[in-house]
Design a protein around this ligand. Structure first.
Ligand SMILES: NC(=O)c1ccc[n+]([C@@H]2O[C@H](COP(=O)([O-])OP(=O)(O)OC[C@H]3O[C@@H](n4cnc5c(N)ncnc54)[C@H](OP(=O)(O)O)[C@@H]3O)[C@@H](O)[C@H]2O)c1
Length: 254
């Protein structure tokens, strides 16, 4: 279904999974606005999307955990039809690795920023009778990943948010869903693979084989696979899907 003329805000849209969502939406003619901290990465991403897809792409360099800076951006942006909520992941570590300040910081990046953006964008979507919220989370929504206590504890809250938005807004044309990626080959994961090669003294193929041993599909995910799913959920064809968490993980949590 064409999304030509619709406007999408993509948080964390300069790289990785956020960029893959932006690209899938651009392919369908959406006008885009990207957020991330690095202006250089945003410029590069926006220029590529404009050239490759001929759509309008704006951006703001902003730290989404900075409430007032983010609010200035949202106020200037005006209404959007589609929100892709996304941010860098919380730090790795088990229960005894973190103090309460770490929990506060993870809450700000993983939950509070999504709530703030939804507060600005969702009520106007409902007023116009059409809107889509797609939140990028993790398989930690459905299963506790060893050594990822912050993600395991906080990301399920996003599903509660999507379900609550569904209860309050679905009858006004707004849907809210989660995408829960398993291991997907973004630059961030590539850096982890390279680090593991060094630490474990293994080849790239050996490290990837270790990572994918528990994935029935037998491989890492591709960012564009998540992007295409986001674009589907953001389309007219997905109007009856809301409050769901979709696991894009090659069957890892099957
Ligand atoms: N890739 C995977 O295998 C995988 C698996 C499960 C879950 N996830 C989760 O999916 C999300 C995206 O992952 P990814 O691999 O695409 O990560 P990524 O490549 O590191 O991209 C993260 C994006 O968010 C932006 N960002 C990070 N912190 C920000 C902040 N405070 N304010 C504004 N923008 C910020 C980054 O740009 P700047 O750095 O310039 O700000 C970048 O555009 C993460 O939450 C990750 O934990 C990923």
């Amino acid at each position: 279904m064409s999304k030509r003329g619709r406007k999408a805000l993509v948080m964390g849209g300069s790289k990785g999974l956020g960029f893959a969502c932006a690209e899938a939406l651009a392919r369908r003619g959406c006008e885009l606005h990207l957020l991330a901290r690095s202006e250089a990465d945003l410029e590069r991403a926006a220029a590529g999307l404009r050239t490759d897809h001929g759509v309008g792409v704006g951006f703001d360099a902003v730290d989404i955990t900075d409430e007032s800076a983010l609010q200035r951006v949202l106020d200037a942006l005006g209404p959007c039809d589609i929100l892709v909520s996304n941010c860098g992941g919380p730090p790795l570590g088990g229960f005894e690795s973190f103090g309460l300040d770490d929990w506060d910081a993870a809450y700000r990046s993983q939950v509070r920023s999504a709530v703030q953006v939804c507060r600005s964008l969702v009520p106007p979507m409902a007023q116009r009778g059409w809107g889509r919220v797609v939140m990028i989370a993790s398989i930690s929504v459905g299963t506790a990943i060893p050594g990822l206590v912050l993600s395991n504890s906080l990301r399920p809250g996003l599903l509660g948010l999507a379900r609550s938005l569904t209860r309050e807004y679905a009858h006004r044309g707004v849907t809210a869903n989660l995408l829960c990626p398993g291991l997907t080959l973004t630059d961030r994961l590539d850096a982890l693979i390279r680090k593991n090669m060094e630490v474990q003294g293994k080849s790239r193929d050996e490290v990837i084989a270790g990572m994918t041993a528990a994935i029935p599909a037998g491989r890492l995910g591709r960012p564009e696979e998540l992007g295409e799913t986001a674009a589907f959920l953001a389309g007219d064809g997905a109007a009856f899907i809301s409050g769901q968490a979709l696991f894009i993980d090659g069957g890892q949590t099957a």
